[in-house]
Structures are given as C-alpha cells and as structure tokens.
Design a protein around this ligand. Structure first.
Ligand code: TRP
Length: 492
C-alpha cells in the first residue's frame, strides 16, 4: 500500500471541494427542490436529513476508506484487499458501468444548461409570451442537432479537465468552480430576501415547517435521493478517496462533504421556492420543466431577473461539470490501474461514453421516434425515452445495489482491524467515540434500509404496506391526507 507513486490531493480542503463538487450536482439544484416541494417540505426534509446521517454518511466514509487504504480505484482496490478473482470486485465493474449510464444522460441535461446560459446571456427570455417558455424548451428537447452539439461540447470540457490529472486538472477546476458556486448561490439567496409577497419567508416556512403529514413511501424517496446526491454506490467517492494520504481524518472529511451537499440542496430549495412563490402565475412544475420552463418564466418579470437567470444557469453548469468530472474519473481510474496511461485512458473512456450518450441526446427527436417509437414530453415517471430509462436504471437500481454491496463489503468482509486503523489514521486519538456507531451503521442500519428500498422497487413489498408501516412509526394517517399533502403539484 505504498503512497509514493500515486498522485495526491494538494490538501484536505482540495479533497473536500472535489468530493463536494462530485456530490453537488443536478440532484441538489433541480431534483431535491422539486421532491421537497412535491412531498410538502417539513417532515420530508427532516427525514431526508436523517437518511443522510444514518445511511449516506456511513457509506460515504466506507467508500473513502477502501480507496484510501489501497490507493487504488474500485476493481484494483478490492482485488488488493480480497485477492484476485474476489466476487466483491463486481462492485468495481458495476461502478464503471454506472458511470457510463449516469454520465450518458448527465451530459445531455448539462448541454441544455449550457444552451440556457446562452439564452439568458443574450436576454432572449425578455418579452417572451408565457407559452413561449414551454415551446423554447420543447424545441430544444426534440432537436437532434442542438442536443448533440451541446452534449458533445460539455463532454469535451469534462474530458479536458480529467485528462489534466488529479492536481493539474480535477483539483484546479473544482477549487475554482466550487467557491464560484458558493458565491453565486449566496448572491441569489440574498436577492431572494427582497422578493415580493413574503415569498422568502413562505419558502422557509414551507421547507422547514411544511405539512404535518407525508406519504409513508416518501421516506423511500428521501433514502434513494440521499444516495444519488452523495454520489454513492458506484465507487466515485472510493476513487476520490484513493488520492488521499494518511494525514486525513476520513470521518471529518466525509462529514464536511455531507454538510456542504446538504446545505447547498437546502439553499437551492429556498431559492427556487422563493422565486416560484413570488410569481403566482407560474406553476411549480416537476421534471425538467421546473428548471427550464417555470423558473425562467417566473424570473423574467422580476427586477434583476436578467442577472439572476444568468447566474442561476452558470451555477447549475458549475455543479454539473464538477459531478461529470468525477463520473468520468471513475471510468478512467479503472483503466489507469490496469496499467494504461492517463491520456490514453481518458481518450478511450470519454469517447466511449460520448457514444453511449448519443441515444440519450437523440431519444426525444422526431427521427428517433419514427424508428424507436413514441415518447411523451416530460414524462419521467413513465420512463418512455432512452434518456429516462438510463436515469431510472442508475438511480433506482445500480446505485442502491452498489451502495449495499460496499456497506456489506466494508462491514463484513474487511477486518475490524483494518476499519479501526483507517478510521483513526489522521486523528490524534487511538479510539474515537464515533468509531463504534459508524461501524454499527455501516454494518447493519445502512444495509437493512437499502435492502428495503430494493425490495419495494422490485415490487416484492407493496407500497401500501410501506405507507401503513411508516404511518405507524410517524404516528399519522397519510392514506387519508394524501391528497391534501401535495396540493401544489402541477405537472406540465
Ligand atoms: N451526486 C450527483 C448529483 O447530485 C449525481 C451523481 C450520482 C454522481 N452518482 C454520482 C456524480 C457519481 C458523480 C459520481 O447530481
């Protein structure tokens, strides 16, 4: 386990910013605000915070631990710890596969974001009629040319960063973009305080007090999302952890990543809710419509709307890029540990993922429809397009299964001695009080909870049963109040 030959992060802060960059992505800025609103805020947000603490954080630390202990990316790391041919190595292969799947649709959405930066910068939204906002996005959504162009450009930028290596590429970029993201977020948040109709306090109220009752099954949504948002279950945090040296306190670093990710998701929710509440005419949509239709429409008549729209899309671009970098790094590090040089590995992986991304970029276009069948716009739940299917496959299956496997591997296959040693490296103490609780959560709490999500996803447990079960725990009766619990949901 020599640490000599491997490139390392320049500092602990550099790691935290890079890992937070991976975690903070479209999941925080678009998906979380939407599901928090959809589930009525309040109790849902509280449950989400608990999920991050009892499932997300333990698994995050477990991933970082395997990476740091071996100084290798997933497949090579597990082979080093458990021997070549260890069945656990499937975690690594699954992770590489997941990076293909997630990145292939991520580049399409990030491409839309870049297109919107141009629209915002050129002040195209000013003077648009309400129905034109939907049409603008609809046209982009089905355009083969624009989708391919922007997805390709975004992939090229991601490629250039990853090719630069850990210090020269990834660290340099994330250490620039993450502070930039914080600044933009704070600027927009401050601007939101001045919004009319008491929108800002209404947003705070909705998010933190919200409805008394939520649908029991929403607990599962909170859990599933806590995985996605922390980039867990596919070896991304394991890979970033492999560039850490022994001076770093893993738990503390992981804690920082989780805190930054959570705070940013909450701030993004306050921003989006304030803007939507301030504008009573624009509906609070779900799916891509929220970001690309409702939000620009709500912002267009507001004072300072030009800058806020522009800053907002730049911010989303930063978030998407720092996540995409880590997704590509997972695949690239796999080849590097097989003996490839970084440049060649990046060329091969970036090109392959770009190819896999093409169907996602084209799946809504007329030509694709003619060949592969009908699609419905914004229909995420129906998962009709190739793009939606990729998202579903990764978020609902690959990441939870990968996360479960990591927790079980670290919790049961690795020795307690190794866990103990890694946990306490970089601390001044020999035995920290939180070691045992972390172990307990990694070995039992996280796996049990994840197995439950997978069973429900597979249809082995009925949603109704889940609802009743959580109703009991939460001391409520959501089956009666379900309608009332999400009044503001309005799909495009
Ligand atoms: N965490 C990212 C987000 O919130 C998405 C994501 C999921 C991801 N898994 C990942 C990013 C693995 C990088 C690596 O949008």
């Amino acid at each position: 386990m020599s640490q000599k030959n491997r490139e390392h992060w320049g500092s602990k802060t550099a790691f935290v910013l890079a890992a937070a960059g991976s975690a903070v992505g479209l999941g925080n800025i678009w998906k979380f605000p939407y599901i928090a609103h959809h589930n009525g805020g309040g109790k849902f947000v509280l449950i989400y915070l608990i999920c991050i603490a009892i499932v997300g954080l333990p698994v995050l630390v477990a991933e970082m631990m395997v990476g740091r202990a071996t100084q290798k990316s997933p497949v090579a790391a597990i082979e080093e710890l458990s021997g070549k041919g260890s069945p656990w190595a499937f975690i690594g292969y699954l992770g590489v596969a997941a990076s293909f799947v997630v990145l292939s649709f991520y580049i399409v959405v990030a491409g839309w974001v870049m297109h919107y930066i141009v629209l915002a910068a050129t002040n195209t939204f000013a003077g648009m009629q309400p129905e034109q906002f939907g049409k603008t996005f609809g046209d982009l959504y089905v355009s083969p040319g624009l989708n391919i162009f922007w997805a390709t450009l975004f992939m090229a930028i991601t490629y250039l960063v990853v090719k630069g290596g850990i210090k020269g590429g990834i660290e340099r970029t994330t250490n620039l973009l993450m502070p930039g993201l914080f600044v933009l977020l704070i600027l927009i948040l401050v601007w939101c305080v001045s919004l009319p109709n008491g929108a800002f306090s209404e947003a705070l109220n909705y998010l933190f007090t919200g409805k008394d009752e939520i649908e029991g099954a929403a607990v599962l949504e909170a859990l599933g999302h806590s995985f996605f948002t922390l980039s867990l279950g596919m070896g991304a945090m394991l890979t970033y952890g492999s560039y850490l040296d022994n001076k770093v306190d893993l738990f503390k670093a992981g804690m920082w990543v989780a805190i930054l990710d959570t705070v940013i998701a909450l701030v993004a929710s306050i921003i989006i809710m304030s803007i939507m509440f301030a504008n009573t005419e624009s509906s609070f949509g779900g799916g891509p419509g929220l970001l690309f239709v409702n939000l620009p429409q709500a912002l267009v008549q507001m004072p300072g709307g030009y800058f806020v729209t522009l800053f907002f899309f730049v911010l989303v671009f930063f978030a998407a890029l720092t996540s995409a970098i880590s997704l590509l790094e997972v695949a690239v590090a796999f080849l590097i540990d097989k003996g490839w040089d970084r440049k060649l590995a990046t060329n091969v992986m970036a090109f392959s993922i770009w190819i896999v991304g093409i169907p996602s970029a084209l799946s809504a276009s007329a030509a694709w429809k003619a060949v592969f069948g009908e699609v419905t716009m914004f229909d995420i739940a129906g998962k009709t397009t190739f793009f939606d299917k990729m998202d579903y496959l990764a978020s609902n299956w690959m990441l939870p299964i990968g996360g479960l496997a990591i927790a079980l591997y670290v919790g049961f296959s690795l020795s307690s001695k190794l866990r103990d040693e890694q946990f306490h490296l970089g601390m001044n103490k020999k035995s920290a009080w939180h070691f045992k609780p972390w172990e307990l959560f990694t070995r039992f709490v996280a796996p049990i909870v994840i197995i439950l999500i997978i069973l429900i996803e597979a249809g082995a447990v009925k949603k109704d049963t889940v609802n009743k079960f959580f109703d009991q725990i939460l001391g409520q009766n959501s089956t009666v109040t379900q309608q009332e619990a999400k009044p503001a949901k309005s799909e495009k």
